[in-house]
Write a protein that binds this ligand. Structure first.
Ligand SMILES: [Zn+2]
Ligand SMILES: [Zn+2]
Length: 122
């Protein structure tokens, strides 16, 4: 593993949230001032293909990167813009009831208010 990849991996594993490539780049730059944006993108792509991280395509916004690779969904907060992990059980079972189609995976975007913003509003 290259030094750059180790730094990028550490940043993703240490964050609780879902960072954009630019946020990861800025955090990496603090540890490794010479790192280039292209290097960050290239390593993110490698790590995604290796199954170490998950890329979350966002509608009308930059992709986010997630250290949690198991199947889960995301609530996109309309107040703070953060993503919160949501586990919807049995959604794959629902797909199985449709025997005329085969679903292998899905990307689901939920919109609303995250738990932190809800707690703030009280
Ligand atoms: Zn929020
Ligand atoms: Zn997540």
């Amino acid at each position: 593993m290259t030094e750059q990849r180790r730094v990028i991996s550490e940043i993703i594993q240490m964050t609780m949230g879902h960072m954009t490539a630019e946020q990861i780049y800025l955090a990496a730059k603090e540890k490794m001032p010479t790192i280039a944006m292209g290097t960050v993108y290239r390593n993110l792509g490698l790590m995604e293909r290796a199954g170490e991280i998950r890329r979350i395509p966002m509608p009308d916004a930059p992709d986010r990167y997630d250290k949690t690779t198991r199947l889960h969904d995301h609530l996109i907060c309309r107040k703070c813009g953060n993503l919160e992990d949501v586990c919807i059980k049995n959604l794959m079972d629902t797909f199985k009831e449709h025997s005329d189609i085969q679903v292998d995976s899905y990307e689901l975007a939920l919109y609303g208010i995250c738990s932190a913003c809800l707690a703030d509003g009280k």
